[in-house]
Design a protein around this ligand. Sequence first.
Ligand SMILES: Nc1ncnc2c1ncn2[C@@H]1O[C@H](COP(=O)(O)OP(=O)(O)OP(=O)(O)O)[C@@H](O)[C@H]1O
Length: 264
Amino acid sequence: MSSSPAIKVDSLVKRFGDTTVLNGIDLEVPRGEVTCLIGPSGSGKSTLLRCIAFLEEASDGFIEIDGEPLGFALGPSGERMRLPAGAIRSVRSRIGMVFQQFNLWPHMTALGNVSEALVTVRGMKRKQAEERAMAELEKVGLGQRASHYPSELSGGQQQRVAIARSLALEPRIMLFDEPTSSLDPELTGEVLNVMRDLAKTGMTMLVVTHEIGFAASVGAKIVFLDHGKLLVEGGPQEVFGKPRHPRIEQFLDTYLDRGAATLL
Ligand SMILES: Nc1ncnc2c1ncn2[C@@H]1O[C@H](COP(=O)(O)OP(=O)(O)OP(=O)(O)O)[C@@H](O)[C@H]1O
């Protein structure tokens, strides 16, 4: 495999109407590590993740996944050129994404939620898909809950099903958009543990989180976004250690979570 980073973001701009939400982001996400994206509310974290997942189209700039362009590339005369749908799908399929809201199908069991993705996206036979789905549910500690519907599962369990559903599709990169924001602390812990285990397997992960304790202990790289710009990036010690960038100091005062209080 090439030595290119798992994700490369180059001069990315995203505008909604007259509002510039991402204002020239350059970012490299190394392979096999956890990169945590932090920053104040409204700084553009979700938008950046959604651009990388191609759920939003960037207004300008480029994204590469494993060295291959996603969505847009430089054309022969140096113009920004949209790539064909097939090429976009092929690169996009390497990325899994987990959202704050679990987005499970309410009328399907946990097993159904995971296996359906394999049948519809991968064209797998139902029986084979269910076997695979069961194995994925076991990995996130939910083998015993396979026949339960989302309404019969806790928020933490629902999020673990969503993670299993993403992982079943064998992504090379996992994006997490505040996966624990809607959970209480106990359920947050169980989801973060699943993410810690996933990190140990060498999965490339880009995680938007307000869980500073998680970012400081699991993130190999921390990226701080502020008003649509990448303000600080580095290892946890560089970003959270003292002396700190004044904006980080201010951010920690506002967003410090319980785990972080003991870590920093
Ligand atoms: N579809 C959209 N149309 C218009 N404005 C949008 C859209 N999506 C996001 N924005 C705006 O972009 C800005 C950044 O939003 P974004 O959700 O990326 O921030 P964030 O850092 O993830 O915030 P939070 O931590 O609160 O989730 C906000 O001002 C938001 O209102």
